[in-house]
Every structure is written in structure tokens, then in C-alpha cells.
Design a protein around this ligand. Structure first.
Ligand code: GLN
Length: 484
């Protein structure tokens, strides 16, 4: 079984050439899930039958002399807020119990068309609200590097599935850091693309002005491969950008010679653990050694990103989640009147954090408070966009930590929502600006857990971002390298 290659690029090459069957690849990954997912809980649902059928179809195409595509036979895990036709899609919430979407998300269609084998639906913080995957109605996911610790969130299941070797690639969604932060905590690569680069058709909405879908993988090249497969215009998402998809795989070998990289001052000080900051400085040195010009840059409004986000995202969520009324989707708790049925259903169906967000958002949007809260947050958002514009006048890329700390222990932050929200301090500003960003594993912290460093680029700057990511990947210290 150990003959199965570990990366998506290698698996697809072997399957396309006929030297390895998609069935063998799938069996190997299903066996790993069988052996270990009882403990990790990365999956809400393993799509065994559908995956076997998809793998058989790939093998039949290869046998017929056809090319199944760039992801031929590659097992892929899907965050359970991505709609899959006829297959339960829960957002890790009781309120969607029993609901089966009548259609596939565009990204699901695209990975299937590229030959991937969708292997299951992964656990998340309910409706993608959280930073640890502890807010799932189906129990937390465990970090495969240390099962006493969280995998990060909200796409904790997708990050853990890749870190545990259950699938070489997976998809998550990132509204305020939910791809990059769990990628950092689990020691894998995670990418939030430019807002509009990947269609959200069939992604269950959390905060529509922020949500983006993106890849997880163990290597930078695999994320480039998967992002190329899912990116590109889609008329069914009105925010989709109508521009050619940049070739990312091609850019990987181009190095960083002459690129200007800015270390963001505001995200290197207070609140950032010293061992994490030290790894970011080491990453900056690696980029310098590869020919980049590294300097410090200030993005002053970034410091207010968190406050603005925790008004804007709940405001949008309070509106998006109004549709779960006991009539249109999933569960219903019967009651004498419609209003009572709505209330009883939402009381029973939503967890604590989702209720907190709906209340925060409804309050921020209410008459008399709208300007003071929501209106002001939008102004801060504009300031952040302007500060980034200034930074990108002098720098091609920015560098920050992804998460202020390494993976924390279960229960450490559940009693205090604000301490949980602080995890997103480094990732949120780019969501507010709509820019791309990615987390690349870069050695371990003093506790031996993975550290992720974050690269930020201006809108549609993915190619440059991936060039630097490849350099960091090559220079990254081993996870177990002794901390000095
Ligand atoms: N942790 C953030 C939140 O709870 C971000 C979540 C996300 O990106 N989906 O809102």
C-alpha cells in the first residue's frame, strides 16, 4: 500500500499514464480513514459508494485511451458547507438535518470534471463560525499532529484530512481565516484566493462579501494545481471575476529574485507568540537569501480589522441565516403557530455560537445602531483597503504570521468568545480587502507544533504569491528541528 504517492500531482500523473489505478488509490485512502478517522473525526460523511463509482469511471476512461483530467484519480475532501447533489450537506448544524441539496456547487462540478474522486464531507465549526472546529454539532475534529489539540477552524476537518493523509487535497472556505488558520495549525498549505476568483455557487453563505473557497494540500504545487482547476468565471455567481485564470504551476520555479516583501509591523508585536514571530523572521531571512528585498511596512488600519469583521460578518450572517425557518430546509420543530414553529426550530437547530452571531448581527443592523456599528465598520473596511494600497505601492508581497499561536488545547478558548476571535487577527484584514493570501508551513513552535507563515498579495496577485510560497516551502525547517 505504501506504493501510493503522497501528492496530487504524482497521483494524477500515475493514474493518467495507467501505471496506477484510481481504485487502488481510493482503497488506500479509505483504509487510512477507516483506521484513524474514528479518533480524528475529520469527516461528517465518507462517500464510499460515490467515490468507488467515480474512481471506476476514471479507470474506465484511462482504459479507453482518454485523459480524465489534471486531477485524475486524486481523492479530494469537501468541506461540508459545499453543496453536493443528493448527498447530505450539513454545515455541521442540526438545522440542516436530513437536507440533501438538489445540485452540486460549481467547485464540486469542476473538481469532478477534472477527474478528482470526492471522498467525503468534512467537519467544520457550525456554519463556518469559529476558529477551532469545537463549534460543530457533530463533535470536534482533532489535530492529527497532537490529538489533544484543536485543528483550527472553521475548516478544521479539511485541514486535518490532508494532515492525516486521508486525502492529498481538500477544499475549504475562508471568510476571516478559515482556510489559512487551520492550515497553519495542522502544518499544511492553505490558500484564500482573490474575492471573485472562485465561484461560490453552491457554497452555503456565511458572510457573502467575504466568503471565498480555496484549497488545502501538503505541497505548494498541489494547491496551485487545485486552484487552477476550480478558478475561473461562473455566470451563476454574480461576484465572479471574468478574467483568465493565472497559470500558477508555471510560476512556481520562478523564484523571488528582486521581489519586494514587506513584513507587517502591526502583526509582529503584541499578541503574537514569540516563537511564531521568530519563525516569521526566519522566513523573511529565507526570502532575502533567495534574492528578495525584505523591509518593514506599516498597515495601520489592520489593527482595527478584527473589530470591523466582527460587526460585518455577523451582520451578513444574520441576514443569510434567516432562511432557516423550518419550512425550506432540514429540521422542523412543530408548534401551534408559524412564528412559534420558526422560533422553536431555530432554538433547537442552531448552536450557541451561531445564535451569538445572529444576535450580534441583528443588533448591529438595527435602527438607531446601524450607523454607529455597521456603518462605522464599513468605513474601517475602506481604510484597510487604502492602507493596503499604500503598502502595495512599495511592496509586491506582504509577510505575517498566519495565527498568533500554534494549535491550542481543547477547551482553552471556548469559555471566552473574544479570546477565540483574537485568533483571526492576522487573517481577517485580507478578507476585508478581498485580496489573496496563503499559509505555508514553516517549522515548529517551542511546543513542536506546526507554525504557518502567511503571504499576502494584492488582488489577482496569486502568481507572485505562489512564487514566494515555493521558496518558503523549500527553505522551511523540519517540524522537529530543535528550537534554539
Ligand atoms: N474564525 C472566524 C469566524 O469565526 C473566521 C471564520 C471563517 O473564515 N469562516 O468568523
Amino acid at each position: 500500500m505504501s506504493a501510493i504517492p503522497s501528492t496530487a500531482l504524482e497521483i494524477a500523473a500515475a493514474v493518467r499514464s495507467g501505471s496506477l489505478s484510481a481504485r487502488e488509490v481510493l482503497d488506500d485512502h479509505l483504509a487510512r480513514i477507516d483506521a484513524q478517522d474514528g479518533e480524528i473525526n475529520a469527516f461528517n460523511l465518507v462517500m464510499t459508494d460515490e467515490a468507488r463509482a467515480a474512481a471506476a469511471a476514471v479507470d474506465a476512461r484511462v482504459a479507453a485511451g482518454e485523459d480524465p483530467g489534471p486531477l485524475a484519480g486524486v481523492p479530494l475532501a469537501l468541506k461540508d458547507n459545499l453543496c453536493t447533489r443528493g448527498i447530505p450537506t450539513t454545515c455541521s448544524s442540526r438545522i440542516l438535518e436530513g437536507w440533501r441539496p438538489p445540485y452540486d456547487a460549481t467547485v464540486v462540478q469542476r473538481v469532478n470534471a477534472a477527474g478528482a474522486v470526492s471522498i467525503g464531507k468534512t467537519n467544520l465549526d457550525e456554519f463556518a463560525m469559529g476558529s477551532s472546529t469545537e463549534n460543530s454539532a457533530f463533535g470536534p475534529t482533532r489535530n492529527p499532529r497532537d490529538t489533544g489539540r484543536v485543528p483550527g477552524g472553521s475548516s478544521g476537518g479539511s485541514a486535518a484530512a490532508v494532515a492525516a493523509g486521508f486525502a492529498p487535497i481538500s477544499l475549504g472556505s475562508d471568510t476571516g481565516g478559515s482556510i489559512r488558520q487551520p492550515a497553519a495549525l495542522c502544518g499544511v498549505v492553505g490558500v484564500k484566493p482573490t474575492y471573485g476568483m472562485v465561484s461560490r455557487y453552491g457554497l452555503i453563505a456565511f458572510a457573502s462579501s467575504l466568503d471565498q473557497i480555496g484549497p488545502f494540500s501538503t505541497t505548494v504545487a498541489d494547491s496551485a494545481l487545485l486552484l487552477e482547476a476550480i478558478a475561473g468565471h461562473d455566470g451563476r455567481d454574480s461576484t465572479s471575476i471574468d478574467a483568465p485564470v493565472p497559470s500558477l504551476l508555471e510560476s512556481l520555479g520562478q523564484g523571488v529574485d528582486g521581489l519586494r516583501v514587506g513584513l507587517v509591523t502591526e502583526l509582529m508585536g503584541e499578541g503574537i507568540a514569540p516563537d511564531v514571530a521568530a519563525r516569521v523572521r526566519q522566513a523573511a531571512d529565507a526570502l532575502t537569501a533567495a534574492g528578495a528585498q525584505v523591509g518593514e511596512v506599516s498597515v495601520p488600519a489592520a489593527a482595527y480589522g478584527l473589530s470591523a469583521y466582527y460587526l460585518i460578518a455577523p451582520a451578513e450572517a444574520s441576514s443569510n441565516l434567516a432562511r432557516y425557518d423550518g419550512v425550506r430546509y432540514g429540521m422542523r420543530v412543530d408548534a401551534p403557530t408559524t412564528a412559534e414553529m420558526n422560533a422553536a426550530t431555530r432554538t433547537a437547530g442552531f448552536g450557541e455560537e451561531v445564535k451569538r452571531r445572529i444576535m450580534l448581527g441583528t443588533y448591529a443592523l438595527s435602527a438607531g445602531y446601524y450607523d454607529a456599528y455597521y456603518g462605522k465598520a464599513l468605513k474601517v473596511r475602506t481604510l484597510i483597503v487604502r492602507d493596503f494600497e499604500k503598502a502595495y505601492a512599495d511592496f509586491d508581497l506582504l509577510l505575517t504570521p498566519t495565527s498568533p499561536t500554534t494549535a491550542f488545547k481543547f477547551g482553552d478558548k471556548t469559555a471566552d468568545p473574544l479570546s477565540m476571535y483574537l485568533n483571526d487577527i492576522c487573517t481577517i484584514p485580507t478578507n476585508l480587502a478581498g485580496h489573496p493570501a496563503m499559509s505555508v508551513p514553516f517549522g515548529g513552535g517551542s511546543d513542536g507544533m506546526p507554525v504557518g507563515v502567511q503571504l499576502l498579495a494584492p488582488a489577482l496577485g496569486e502568481s507572485t504569491m505562489f512564487r514566494a510560497a515555493a521558496v518558503l516551502e523549500a527553505a522551511a525547517p523540519a517540524l522537529d528541528e530543535v528550537w534554539s
